[in-house]
Design a protein. Structure first.
Length: 114
């Protein structure tokens, strides 16, 4: 019997996984931040578990994404891992991260590995 919405939840799960990996979170860390179990995060990412609206908002907040960017039918939003990391730092630490990133951005592209 076909599962209505299976494609929707599979795509949503892929987007959650991409957002989580983009900022270097484990499934356990995302689960803790979003108030879920690691098994729930694994099932959501696999498209096997439906997701409640408040969990979608929590996952988006934990990954520095907008909830609507995780929904299928929209282009995925690129996650700026540095921006997310800076939000969890105190001001001197955030300023240092910003300075390092700015310095790296100001360097010429020659010799950079891609």
């Amino acid at each position: 019997m076909p599962n209505p919405g299976a494609d929707f939840y599979s795509e949503l799960g892929s987007r959650v996984r991409e957002a989580r990996r983009a900022i270097g979170l484990t499934q356990s860390a995302l689960a803790q931040a979003a108030g879920l179990t690691r098994a729930s995060v694994a099932n959501i990412e696999a498209g096997r578990q439906k997701i409640l609206a408040h969990h979608l908002v929590s996952i988006a907040a934990a990954t520095g994404t907008k909830p609507e960017a995780l929904l299928p039918g929209r282009p995925p939003e690129r996650v700026d891992a540095a921006k997310v990391a800076r939000q969890e730092l105190d001001k001197p630490q955030a300023d240092w991260v910003s300075a390092v990133l700015q310095h790296a951005a100001d360097q010429p592209d020659e010799g950079r590995r891609r």
